[in-house]
Design a protein around this ligand. Structure first.
Ligand SMILES: *Cc1c(COP(=O)(O)O)cnc(C)c1O
Length: 350
């Protein structure tokens, strides 16, 4: 066996496993991408983009994009940080707020990247066990203890439910560390927590262009927080963490809020229709405020159904994790894709 040169703690970590990116004729319902294209304004801006400018480094803090985000979200530019996807921002958060050996709290089950980020930072994982129906436990604060950072996804993934806003507000008020609210699916939800950023100096809300804006391939995310938090995080980010092209496309996408509303409302309508149809088939479908559904098959074991669907070119996600292993996570695609999916479910979940 050849020698392993990596740090011992890195060798011991499995690493994050992203959803499959297969090529060929598959219906891709496994990584919560938006089935509709990005705003046509992004297309126009891409065609107009001066490729010769790529010779130059980008503006380090994505000033123009932050200016635009400031107008749209109603927060000062100093309160906004741009990332190479929101995963980049989550990494920056760990590095800024949690020292090696300190505790990092996150709900379980939730986004499977959180425990990986803890390990990579040498932080102590402090999972907060969600209730039977995947809600925040009443002893949330006690479970979080002296963690330096508490990160939660709202709506949560892969469960799809949200948490009561009042409970979040209380948490922000009473928790001694930073509360990070990952709103990757915020645009599909009934409400969001952006206003808590103004109310509290220990709160960060992050958003991504990957889901509602249909720009997963661009890699762009935004974090909103008190200027003091943002200025510390700025020290930790790569100097040029967002590139010239992404910054320009991000502005074009943000400027077309009308398109965003249309795209999101189509996805939400399909979500409700699909949930009803799955229940009709006898599946258990958890309430969702995101662009995916967590579905327990009526008859077949989730893992087997995942494999059977895959055989037919229908790619969904199955997590071999406690409490969610009996479910499939199904991204909302177009009406047509979901009709194909439902037909396959009727046949295979038998
Ligand atoms: C998709 C997702 C992200 C990451 O989004 P990127 O901007 O593509 O890095 C972050 N958090 C949650 C909960 C997600 O589902």
């Amino acid at each position: 066996m050849s020698k392993n040169y990596a740090r011992a703690d890195i060798q011991a970590i499995a690493g994050y496993v992203p959803g499959e990116q297969l090529s060929g004729t598959v219906i891709k319902l496994n990584t919560n991408e938006n089935p509709y294209p990005p705003s046509p304004r992004v297309g126009e801006r891409a065609r107009m983009f001066d490729w010769q400018q790529l010779r130059l480094y980008p503006e380090p803090t994505a000033a123009h994009l932050r200016e635009c985000a400031s107008r749209i979200f109603g927060l000062p530019q100093e309160c906004i940080l741009c990332g190479n996807g929101s995963d980049d921002l989550l990494t920056i958060a760990l590095r800024t707020f949690v020292g090696a050996g300190e505790a990092f709290a996150f709900p379980e089950p939730s986004y499977s990247l959180y425990p990986v980020l803890a390990d990579l930072q040498g932080a102590r994982r402090r999972p907060i066990v969600l209730t039977q129906d995947f809600q925040l436990p009443s002893d949330l604060l006690a479970q979080a203890g002296d963690a330096k950072l508490l990160m939660l996804a709202r709506p949560n993934a892969p469960t799809g439910n949200s948490f009561p806003k009042e409970a979040i507000r209380q948490l922000c008020r009473d928790f001694s560390g930073v509360v990070w609210i990952d709103e990757a699916y915020g645009d599909f939800a009934e409400d969001n927590c952006l206003d808590l950023v103004k109310e509290f100096s220990n709160v960060v809300v992050s958003r991504t262009f990957s889901k509602s804006y249909s720009l997963a391939g661009l890699r762009l995310g935004l974090a909103f927080g008190d200027a003091s938090l943002v200025s510390e995080m700025n020290k930790l980010k790569d100097s040029y963490n967002t590139d010239r092209f992404a910054q320009a496309m991000g502005v074009a996408a943000l400027e077309d809020q009308e398109y965003l509303r249309q795209s999101v409302s189509r996805v939400k309508a399909t979500r409700e229709k699909t949930a009803a149809a799955l229940k009709e088939l006898g599946c258990t479908v958890l309430p969702s405020q995101a662009n995916f559904l967590l579905v327990r098959p009526a008859r077949k074991a989730a893992r087997q159904l995942f494999l059977d669907l895959r055989q037919e070119g229908l790619l969904v996600r199955h997590f071999s994790l406690p409490r969610v292993e009996e479910y499939l996570r199904v991204t909302i695609g177009t009406e047509e894709q979901m009709a194909t999916f439902l037909q396959a479910m009727a046949r295979l979940d038998a």
